[in-house]
Design a protein around this ligand. Structure first.
Ligand SMILES: Cc1cc2nc3c(=O)[nH]c(=O)nc-3n(C[C@H](O)[C@H](O)[C@H](O)COP(=O)(O)OP(=O)(O)OC[C@H]3O[C@@H](n4cnc5c(N)ncnc54)[C@H](O)[C@@H]3O)c2cc1C
Length: 346
């Protein structure tokens, strides 16, 4: 099913008796997702409104991330949260997963740049924030709610984003001698200082990576300050500017399961002691991607975040949920999708 308009989508949802799975480019369905009848959103494309001077973009959900990037770049702009995505990813998929790249440490996540949504809920009703807010959803911050909702509450049809100017100059500093646990202290120090760091990551073969962006003179001064402050952790050299793109690359070994661990950076060294060499660390150590043999669950001590398998061939492993989150999810589903039409998701 590939609806072309909101009313076709609404009719489809209202009339269905089977469970539905909403997909964009289907590039990053989690294990267990996509089990219902697929509703492919890629026919709902196009930029509805772009006002560069007002830093506002309104775009239909099936539009590819590449198209959005090109549209904005033509006006010297970008989405500040640096959306990651494989070729074919849609902007609806980005919003539905709250996907955010390395600049999250400075500019926030997709959720923070999203300023408006339109979606069709499980009743088959078109809902939008502002304007014609449906009576039954008054009281919810729909934008925050839908960012990261992964097709469980409704099918997003249109998104409004705040855009940002592209930085004129970018510099990457690297501490190539640091291993993953050793990098955390350097990244934490860089992020905690006055130098307005826009990326703090670790990659095998590259070591700790720190990014600075802005006007040339400012970047130069901040790079000098950081180089001096970080010299206590090791030798600071000019880093590979392409390394940031490697953080957005898919894992190479498809026979393994990829796990995504979100934690406090202070807990990351303790967790890394129980894991194989990570694919990368980002967000100063708050995000760890690691690959494990198919079906193996990471054996981690208690920590204040969560681990989730995001790709791999073994069957879905649904992480235990704390009772408060489980109750909130149940209540939201009762409000937006009482027939459990979107139950094809986990
Ligand atoms: C390096 C890298 C880092 C990434 N980091 C993150 C991350 O931090 N967090 C994260 O979750 N993802 C992350 N991703 C995955 C990213 O979300 C996807 O690449 C892309 O955004 C998904 O787009 P898609 O159109 O292919 O979505 P799909 O794969 O089709 O769908 C992904 C999810 O979004 C839902 N969805 C898609 N379109 C809609 C819609 N219109 N309305 C409602 N729901 C919809 C689906 O039901 C599914 O749950 C990362 C990807 C890469 C390559």
């Amino acid at each position: 099913m590939r609806p072309e308009t909101e009313s076709q989508l609404a009719d489809l949802i209202r009339g269905t008796r089977e469970s539905l799975s909403i997909t964009g480019g289907a590039t990053r369905l989690w294990p267990g997702e996509g089990q219902g009848a697929r509703v492919d959103m890629t026919a709902m494309i196009g930029v509805t409104l772009y006002e560069p001077e007002a830093l506002t973009l309104v775009v239909r959900a099936g539009t590819t991330l590449e198209t959005v990037r090109h549209t904005l770049a033509a006006e010297g702009q970008m989405l500040a949260f640096e959306p990651p995505g494989a070729p074919g990813s849609t902007i609806g998929g980005v919003a539905a997963t709250n996907a955010s790249g390395p600049r999250r440490v400075q500019a926030g996540a997709a959720r923070d740049a999203l300023i408006g949504v339109r979606f069709v809920d499980g009743h088959g009703e078109l809902v939008q924030n502002g304007g014609r807010v449906m009576k039954n959803v008054t009281g919810y911050d729909l934008v925050k709610l839908m960012a990261g909702s992964r097709g469980t509450l409704g099918a997003l049809t249109e998104l409004s984003f705040r855009t940002a100017p592209l930085p004129p100059v970018t510099t990457t500093l690297a501490l190539p001698g640091l291993d993953a646990p050793g990098a955390i202290r350097a990244l934490t120090s860089a992020l905690g200082g006055p130098d307005d760091v826009s990326g703090a990551a670790w990659l095998p073969g590259h070591g700790a990576l720190i990014r600075l962006e802005g006007l040339a003179a400012s970047v130069k001064a901040r790079a000098a300050d950081l180089t001096s402050r970080l010299s206590t952790f090791g030798t600071v050299v000019e880093g590979d500017p392409d390394a940031w793109r490697l953080l957005c690359a898919d894992a190479q070994d498809a026979t393994l399961d990829t796990w995504r661990i979100i934690c406090r950076p202070s807990e990351a060294p303790m967790l890394l002691a129980h894991l194989p060499l990570p694919l990368f660390l980002d967000w100063g150590g708050a995000l760890i991607h690691v690959q494990l043999p198919a079906g193996q669950v990471p054996q981690l001590p208690a920590f204040s975040g969560h681990a989730r398998r995001i790709s791999g061939a073994s069957p879905a492993i649904v992480p235990a949920q704390d009772p408060v989150t489980a109750r909130l999810e149940r209540e939201l589903q009762n409000r937006f999708d009482p027939r459990k039409t979107f139950a094809g998701q986990t």
